[in-house]
Design a protein around this ligand. Sequence first.
Ligand code: ATR
Length: 272
Amino acid sequence: MDRYCVFGNPIAHSKSPDIHAAFAAQTGQQLSYERRLAPLDGFAAAVQDFIAEGGKGANVTVPFKLEAVKVAQALTIRARAAGAVNTLHFTDEGIIGDNTDGAGLVADIVRNAGVPITGKRVLLLGAGGAARGVVLPILEYRPAQLVIANRTVATAEALVEQFAALGGEGVVSACGYAEIQGQYDIIINATSASLSAELPPVPASVFAPAALALDMMYGAQPTVFLQFAAQHGARLRDGLGMLVEQAAEAFSLWRGVQPETAAVLKALREQL
Ligand code: ATR
């Protein structure tokens, strides 16, 4: 049976084994998928051990997504643009590093929420690893505008520079929270503020009528950002759909079969 796993530290909380087990059952694929706690200073060795045991692929989560870039022998365009790898594929040609997080986000927005990105005004809050990983997949949908707002404006400006040559010229721009102007159709919270129950200082005026507000975090209760967005009339989406969709993208890369995500997302939601 083909073996897959998710590497992280900590890893006990990961929902990935449940998601991939559900995909395998649904598509009739014979595979196993386990959690692997890699030592903080032993990620590369843990990957090699898993390959030696016959592993075919792996997901990578906190804190190893940057190190996984170095472990990979070849990177997909989107992994290189993201500067991070969340999916490894062990092939006869070597270790391929991919990043399915951004594809998961746009699939959740466009397919699950039914909100088009093309021609829309998109506001991305944050310019760290999570934000960087989704810029290219958003740009591929050709939004009218993608504004990246960050506390540290220089980090957002560096992203604008990086993505100008990748379809972002004239579309992507950077600013601080106090300089955000106008209304947006899609507002994505890619900051880590929700982890500490903080609200990025975004003006209440950013929500266009029927705007979609998406927080990459999820939990049993809406994040402070989603509560704020609800008060200003936005439709809400947390990060659970993105989690399931990035897994579906990895599954399809490994197995060549695209799983259905709706039932899996519903089951996970009920377990929160
Ligand atoms: P991640 O991998 O989750 O993206 P990161 O790379 O450390 O983590 O980036 C964290 C992001 O959240 C950054 O954009 C950070 O803003 P700064 O670059 O100015 O530090 C943002 N962030 C964290 N806490 C925040 C808060 N309370 N309000 C606004 N932004 C916050």
